[in-house]
Design a protein around this ligand. Structure first.
Ligand SMILES: C[S@@+](CC[C@H](N)C(=O)[O-])C[C@H]1O[C@@H](n2cnc3c(N)ncnc32)[C@H](O)[C@@H]1O
Length: 292
């Protein structure tokens, strides 16, 4: 409608038209506000560490309290959480004791995109007859180093974690996550905690595997989880071991407990299927805490 024509319309019609226009503006303003609120909430949600298991969206450490999600295979959630809290996009991960590389492989596949440097200390080549790395381990290291879509730098130290030069080579507070799974004796576990706790930044995670005792120790040791039985093929590749008590590592449990007591904190630990009628679990628990 032309401007002159609008001016010549009767006053009633003009005011009806302007009421319609103002209603349109109100609707538009409402839609804009709604879009802004939606975008704000969405950006908040995106900044929070989440992990989807089935239909559930889980955040932070509460997933380690549920038997069905409390497993070290979900440590990516913890990693994401502590990076988020420090407003970091990537962090450094140390694994002491690489073994066959299965945990490394899993971590790289699930949260490698958040890892700047993945460092592994594994002395196998120093003690093996061939003086070479375990083939299964070497294969996984090769695979991730040569994965062009992986931005993670992978470093392997063919050394014992107790090597003083090696310990000194890591700046204090360098790692966002340290996972101890090397020497399984009381002395070894405790010395790794003493030497590497300071290498974790405040707000980062220190953790370790095999935080459990055998049946007898479990019954007489307060709060010790039971390592459990072998279940073929979940926790042993040998059918004849099925149902027998697993080799346990109560020294790790005791060393970790002592260390926590000396440093005034408590460990949390993963349940790995324990609870809900399964006292033995499918894997040994991992202890962990966020360093204050
Ligand atoms: C149980 S395996 C590790 C498994 C691996 N973390 C995983 O979950 O896939 C233990 C490894 O620790 C290594 N180890 C033993 N003593 C060690 C030490 N002092 N420092 C570092 N690694 C050690 C052994 O050679 C062995 O490969």
């Amino acid at each position: 409608m032309k401007f002159e024509k609008l001016n010549s319309l009767p006053p009633k019609l003009v005011s009806q038209g302007s009421r319609k226009a103002s209603a349109r503006w109100q609707i538009l303003a409402f839609v804009c506000i709604w879009i802004l609120v939606f975008l704000r909430q969405n950006s908040k949600a995106n900044k929070t560490a989440t992990y989807t298991i089935g239909e559930q969206q889980l955040k932070g450490i509460e997933i380690f309290l549920k038997p069905e999600t409390s497993t070290r295979h979900n440590f990516g959630v913890l990693f994401e959480r502590v990076l988020h809290d420090a407003q970091k996009k990537k962090g450094n991960f140390l694994e002491i004791g690489g073994g066959s590389g299965s945990f490394f492989d899993h971590n790289m596949a699930t949260f490698g995109h958040m890892i700047q440097n993945y460092v592994i200390i594994e002395p196998y080549s120093l003690i093996s007859e061939t003086k070479e790395r375990l083939p299964a381990f070497a294969e996984k290291v090769y695979k991730w180093r040569n994965n062009s879509s992986s931005p993670t730098s992978v470093t392997v130290h063919d050394e014992f974690s107790t090597n003083l030069e090696l310990i000194k080579s890591f700046p204090d507070e360098y790692f966002d996550f340290v996972y101890i799974d090397g020497d399984h004796s009381y002395k070894g576990a405790k010395s790794d905690l003493i030497n590497y706790f300071r290498k974790v930044r405040s707000g980062g995670v220190i953790a370790g595997h095999d935080y459990c005792c055998n049946r007898k120790e479990y019954e007489s040791t307060i709060h010790a989880p039971w390592c459990g039985k072998y279940i073929y093929p979940v926790s042993t590749s040998k059918r004849e071991k099925h149902g027998k008590d697993k080799v346990a590592f109560c020294g790790i449990f005791l060393g970790a407990e002592e260390f926590a007591k000396e440093n005034n904190f408590y460990w949390l630990y993963t349940l790995e299927g324990r609870g809900e009628g399964n006292a033995a679990g499918d894997n040994n628990p991992s202890y962990f805490t966020i360093k204050l």
